[in-house]
Design a protein around this ligand. Structure first.
Ligand code: HEC
Ligand code: HEC
Ligand SMILES: [Ca+2]
Ligand SMILES: [Ca+2]
Ligand SMILES: [Ca+2]
Length: 449
């Protein structure tokens, strides 16, 4: 295994050596989202509707925009009642800031927490009934920890995040430091969360372009999977298979850091229920009633389906193009798929688009250091869905100090790469030992997305 790795590394490096900074071998296009692409690189870049929506689609999008921004309050109230009793935050938009990612921050306070802690029962421990094939709910706590509650109720936990720094070095001796989060979780009783409960901390990801990812035909994604690594390139890629509530059967998972949600409608309903304590027709209260109707639920999902993708910047710049070739030579594109095509979708604006999301939507083993140790349907404790990289260069324009990877541990794009291991170990090492100017070119490419 090790020799195979080293061999792969050596051959990849020799390929790198062949990259001629002068030649133009790229198929660069600025239109990351096809006809849904938006020309804006400001802090609002993620917030625009796809420009190709029909008038009717735009109306639904704008209705969804209102739903996404609506701040819920505890009943009785005339507008948006139903928050809680337990919740993490009171509006979609309070976690997905300007439709982008949220900060890795938890803790008490009136504004709510963006960082979610998903949990499941220890293997072999008694749990509550949950979704078929999914994480086993912890008795009394479910599959998510809510660190906020409405007046008169008690939050399940108090979560605080500490950061541990660890030093590392690039190949040329330049030092770097990586930080990892340590969560201190205290139950309402004052006792710590039992150590055998499985936990997974996750920041809110950006939500633009997702309808396009929903519209990529399932067979195209499955065709990219290579669970046994038959082609021997060290990259496997497995589809998640998750419970689809509306269809009442297992389906391909696409959304969330472990691809544990099959559709944007279900993702929205789960967010209302678990993140905000707001029941809907998909996840009603115990007595069968719902605090929002199907129309609001569908509109919120529609909003996340129809946000445009920002157009790339400096895509024809020489350094960016060199970085793009390095991205390929380092094997990044083996997971971060450069081009996909959408098929049919209920929303016509999403159909038949050529898109550049830089994800295969598949699960990859990313190694021990990134592992959460908490399986999520078929995703193991070391596997994560390849994060889409489109719009990545704007992350800190949209929200200063925002960070990367599932728990927001990476303060910069280089830190995000340096955490890659497992199937991505060779890619990471190529980056780590590359000369500084090559690393800069690769980063310039990422910032152009
Ligand atoms: C408390 C913070 C919080 C709130 C409130 C919240 N989200 Fe999220 N959202 C997250 C986190 C964290 C994830 C990643 C979840 C995971 O990995 O399972 C996420 C994931 C998503 C995704 C999947 C993105 C992707 O790339 O796959 C969508 C879509 C989404 N949320 C929509 C919504 C909508 C719609 C609402 C309101 C109904 C909402 N969210 C409310 C924190 C939040
Ligand atoms: C084996 C598959 C694989 C390879 C190869 C790979 N990545 Fe990733 N990448 C992932 C996965 C999976 C994640 C999400 C990991 C997590 O959140 O813990 C990710 C996350 C990222 C992120 C953070 C994105 C975000 O939204 O937070 C960046 C940046 C990134 N990769 C860049 C690269 C670059 C550059 C390379 C090549 C040097 C590379 N990746 C190679 C699978 C891969
Ligand atoms: Ca409620
Ligand atoms: Ca809970
Ligand atoms: Ca393979």
């Amino acid at each position: 295994m090790l020799t195979l790795r080293t061999a792969a590394l050596a051959s990849a490096l020799s390929a790198l050596g062949c990259v001629d900074p002068g030649t133009d071998g790229t198929t660069a296009t600025p239109l990351a989202g096809g006809a849904t692409t938006v020309v804006d690189r400001s802090s609002n870049a993620y917030t625009f509707p796809a420009p190709n929506l029909t008038g009717e689609q735009l109306d639904t999008h704008l209705e969804g925009d209102v739903a996404f921004e609506s701040v819920f309050v505890s009943a009785p109230a005339t507008v948006n009642p139903g928050l809680g009793p337990l919740f993490n935050n009171s509006a979609c938009a309070r976690c997905h800031i300007r439709d982008g990612r949220g900060l890795p921050v938890a803790g008490p306070g009136p504004l709510g927490s963006p960082l979610l802690v998903r949990i499941s029962a220890a293997p072999g421990a008694a749990g509550a009934p949950g979704a078929p094939g999914g994480p086993v709910p912890v008795l009394g706590l479910g599959t998510q920890l809510q660190d906020h509650a409405i007046f008169g109720a008690t939050p399940e936990v108090t979560v605080t995040v500490r950061w541990l720094e660890q030093a590392g070095e690039y190949g040329d001796g330049e030092p770097f430091s990586l930080r990892r989060p340590v969560l201190d979780i205290t139950l309402a009783s004052g006792a710590p969360l039992p150590g055998d409960v499985l936990t997974s901390a996750r920041i809110p990801p950006p939500i633009f372009g997702l309808g396009l990812l929903e519209a990529v035909p399932e067979e195209d994604l499955l065709a990219r999977a290579d669970p046994e690594d038959r082609d021997g390139d060290g990259i496997s890629g497995r589809p998640n298979q998750v419970w689809d509530v509306r269809r009442g059967r297992a389906s391909l998972g696409r959304f969330g850091w472990k691809a544990s949600s099959p559709t944007l409608l279900q993702q929205a309903a789960a967010a209302y229920a678990s993140d905000m304590g707001v029941s809907s027709p998909m996840f009603p209260d115990a007595d069968g009633t719902a605090e929002i109707g199907e129309r609001t639920l569908a509109a919120a999902a529609f909003y996340t389906q129809t946000l445009g993708v920002p157009r790339r910047d400096r895509w024809d710049d020489a350094e960016v193009r060199r970085g793009e070739r390095l991205f390929r030579a380092a094997g990044c594109a083996a997971c971060h798929t450069e081009e996909l095509h959408t098929g049919g979708h209920a929303i016509s604006a999403l159909e038949a688009q050529t898109i550049h999301p830089y994800t295969d939507l598949l699960l990859h083993n990313m190694g021990f250091d990134l592992a959460d140790g908490r399986p999520d349907f078929r995703a193991s404790g070391t596997e994560w869905r390849t994060a889409p990289l489109w719009g990545l260069g704007l992350a800190q324009t949209v929200l200063p100090y925002s960070s990367f990877l599932h728990d927001g541990r990476a303060r910069s794009l280089e830190e995000a790469i340096l955490w890659h291991a497992g199937e991505a170990e060779t890619s990471k090492e190529i980056f780590r030992i590359s000369p500084a100017q090559d690393r800069q070119a690769l980063l310039a490419f990422l910032r152009s997305l």
